[in-house]
Design a binder for this molecule. Sequence first.
Ligand code: SF4
Length: 318
Amino acid sequence: MQDVSPVSDDKAQKAAFESNKLAKRLRHHVGDAINDFNMIEEGDRIMVCLSGGKDSYALLDILLGLQKSAPIDFSIVAVNLDQKQPGFPEDVLPGYLESIGVEYRIVEEDTYSIVKRVVPEGKTTCALCSRLRRGILYRVATELGATKIALGHHRDDILQTLFLNMFYGGKLKAMPPKLVSDDGRHVVIRPLAYCREKDIERYAQMRAFPIIPCNLCGSQPNLQRQVVKEMINDWDRRFPGRVETMFRALRNVVPSHLADTALYDFATIAPGVVPEAGGDTAFDKEEFRDPVAPADDVEAPRRTISILDSRPKAPECQ
Ligand code: SF4
């Protein structure tokens, strides 16, 4: 029998409140990223790449929500690439996409066989697999007349990439929220750039997305990324606010206080030149803010039209 006691009622109310708060937070993070990087403009046709994982489902869901209320018009087409991995449940995505009534295209290309044939046994298959997938998705974007390609990478992916590049690549380089594709013909956007993975995980559970497992190809997860992920998660547990601070650092770069001679003209530094704002002062004590304090000074300027604004109401007929 169903429990309808005041206690369970209370619990249900609290859960609904928390879910609502989470949905609002994600919507705001996505809206802010779109605004800050001018990701979506009037008339855009956004191709949302849908893998069947939690991130891409959340991306599509939130963009569809914003599309309904945004003060600009843009269209969305969801695209899934069926790479013919053994056991891929072909009906799941079409069923879901039909049920929400979004325009979609399922592209079938057997990259799985190519990868298995070309890559020697025991070697990692991801590099070739991603290259093939990228090429196909760019081609499909052109066929569909998409002006932007939206990917489901989030803030944790961006930070992990930063550390991977530092630890193993010797580069200070993360994953940009917006970029030109490597064939130079498309603009790629990452509207989840400000969203935390744990929020997306909870959102995916709350919305009951029909998740497709991501290990169908049989490839081992990238061990280095796994190590970096655990390192960041460990910091997050022990030092609340550190992840937020690290992400803020990506938006607050001082080239004169790094050591890249291609980025800053150190050779011409001479007395009399105005010191760089935000840089160190050579001999003074270092001062760092409380990591959990809000960072008012790094807010990006807001655009006049925000995707989070409501669509203006049509004038009423007299
Ligand atoms: S995990 Fe599998 S599907 Fe994903 S990129 Fe690697 S090989 Fe391709």
